[in-house]
Design a protein around this ligand. Structure first.
Ligand code: FE2
Length: 292
């Protein structure tokens, strides 16, 4: 089971325009903000934001790679990626075949050239704002496929630890997300309450479950948007009760020179971007780095 997919949605609170953040109260917020001080303040307050790709073509390219490889593995014809993803459950794969398909798809997708670089470029402005120009990326992108009614979802959890608190998780849906087809996340305030419950002796698991159900912000997202969230936030996906299959990618970025958790470099992360100064310092500078 993937680390980052996991529980019930509530009503979505934000409307995308550039980058959008949240305050964890699921009922009242509709905000329009751009990459700015407001964006930074929102991220600091909530610990997450949804941002549109600055380079939409790059995300279409990622979707196309996955679509092509998935059709090839299944040996099926389909002319429309969105319809293929949404109606994937109609292929009738059993659990074992679905797992085999997913493992092979992840392997082949990650073998394609520069997929992490393409995702980085697509969201470069947002990632530069969050982690800076010296960035490492998780070496293998996870692909999660959740067919309608599939109950194999992770409970609400946070990624740190074992990941470090210096990482941002990027959750990227391949089709439109609505209702139970999306991801739910607890903001900083709710995640802090969750920590208090789970640190009790014995841990207050029932209270934690109620909190997650009450405070998780549902995310309605369009393809071309990504959720960026701090690894200290609790998150989950619900059992998909919609009539369409959920497809999503997840991966993590962090500053190259920030502390690592139990997942380090070069085993788990690799460099995806370096500042000019770092290129000089680590001997990576090339003439092609010079402006023409
Ligand atoms: Fe996770």
């Amino acid at each position: 089971m993937d680390e980052c997919d996991s529980h019930p949605p509530f009503s979505r609170s934000f409307q995308a325009q550039g980058a959008i953040g949240g305050n964890g109260n699921a009922t009242t917020n509709t905000r329009h903000i751009t990459l700015s001080q407001t964006f930074e303040n929102e991220f600091l307050e909530s610990g997450f934001l949804v941002a549109k790709a600055h380079q939409p073509d790059q995300i279409e390219q990622i979707k196309g790679i996955i679509f092509d490889k998935a059709r090839e593995i299944l040996d099926v014809d389909s002319a429309n990626a969105e319809s293929f993803f949404d109606n994937f459950h109609r292929n009738g794969l059993n659990d074992s075949d679905l797992n085999d398909f997913r493992v092979r798809l992840i392997s082949e997708f990650n073998s394609a050239p520069n997929v992490c670089e393409i995702i980085f470029e697509a969201f470069k402005d947002t990632l530069f704002s969050l982690v800076g120009p010296d960035a490492v990326v998780q070496k293998s992108v996870n692909i999660v496929i959740q067919q309608p009614g599939d109950t194999s979802v992770s409970p609400a959890h946070r990624d740190a630890p074992p990941n470090s608190l210096y990482e941002v998780v990027v959750w990227l849906p391949l089709t439109k997300c609505y209702g139970t087809k999306g991801m739910s996340i607890l903001d900083r305030s709710a995640s802090s309450l969750a920590n208090e419950m789970l640190e009790k002796e014995p841990p207050a698991y029932e209270d934690f479950k109620k909190l997650a159900a009450a405070k998780g912000t549902p995310l309605e997202m369009d393809f071309g948007e990504a959720l960026f969230f701090w690894t200290g936030l609790y998150h989950y996906i619900p059992v998909n009760a919609e009539s369409e299959t959920r497809w999503s990618l997840n991966l993590r970025f962090k500053n190259t020179f920030s502390p690592y958790g139990r997942k380090g470099i070069p085993d788990y992360f690799r460099i995806v971007s370096s500042s000019p100064l770092s290129k000089l310092a680590i001997g990576q500078a090339k003439k092609s780095d010079l402006p023409t």
